[in-house]
Design a binder for this molecule. Structure first.
Ligand code: URA
Length: 233
């Protein structure tokens, strides 16, 4: 990694200020002053800024329990970004792996590892996402097997030719279901229920792949993923 990028990712410095520190001769690599921003930092190199050790931060992997009226976006717009809830340096340099609507709550995964998030969101990789759905109209009990079959065979969404991929519908109560889908089409869950004449009035993501929302996280809280969770992707 370039030395200016290393400094910028591992400290509070912006790229421009990292370069200024370099030009002022404030940075050493293994005891030698380096002024070249493009210097490639070797593995195990001891980088110091004004004599203080600068440890490589490494990649970050976070789960957040998204509250309503927050955006899965890197900018604050009508509502604040979910990144505003992360009290860590350079939170806005992270990205969100798989977005939720402003009114959807639950599990959001946030990282700066592009390859990892690609594995989670790429349409060619199958990654189940489980949602707890509250419905406006109760589902008639006698229709449950038929609906389960319909969601498993694919639903025709308005404006789309191809059916949705097989989805698992589990009815918990007449107006509460779990739905597991492997795609991430725009407003997919809401559109799937609209296609069968119902309406989603509450949507909460509980699981992505093997990663479940930690029940200890209250709305708006977050934690770093465990090694096992990171490696499950
Ligand atoms: N499907 C939706 O309709 N909305 C979401 O936020 C996620 C899945």
């Amino acid at each position: 990694m370039r030395l200016d990028k290393y400094l910028c990712e591992s400290t509070e410095l912006s790229r421009a200020n990292a370069k200024k520190c370099l030009h002022r001769g404030e940075v050493t690599c293994d005891g030698i002053v380096v002024k070249n921003s493009a210097f490639k930092v070797p593995d195990d190199c001891e980088v110091r800024l004004l004599g203080e050790l600068v440890k490589a931060r490494g990649l970050r992997y976070i789960m957040l329990n998204k509250p309503v009226n927050t955006l899965c976006s890197n900018v604050d717009e009508v509502y604040p970004s979910v990144l505003s809830l992360l009290d860590i340096p350079k939170a806005y340099s992270l990205h969100i792996a798989g977005r939720l609507d402003a009114d959807t709550t639950g599990l959001v995964l946030i990282t700066d590892d592009g390859q990892w998030s690609h594995r989670l969101t790429s349409p060619v990789k199958v990654c189940g996402k489980r949602y707890r759905v509250q419905l406006a109209d109760p589902l008639p009990e006698e229709k449950t097997p038929e609906l389960v079959e319909q969601f498993a065979s694919g639903i025709e969404l308005k404006g789309e030719k191809a059916l949705t991929k097989p989805a698992l519908l589990e009815v918990l109560a007449p107006s509460e279901v779990l739905l597991t889908i492997t795609e991430g089409k725009y407003h997919q869950v809401k559109r799937m229920f609209a296609a069968i004449g119902n309406k989603v009035v509450g949507l909460h993501r509980e699981q992505v792949g093997a990663i479940s929302l930690d029940p200890l996280l209250k709305s708006g809280e977050w934690r770093y993923l465990t090694q096992g969770e990171v490696e499950s992707v």
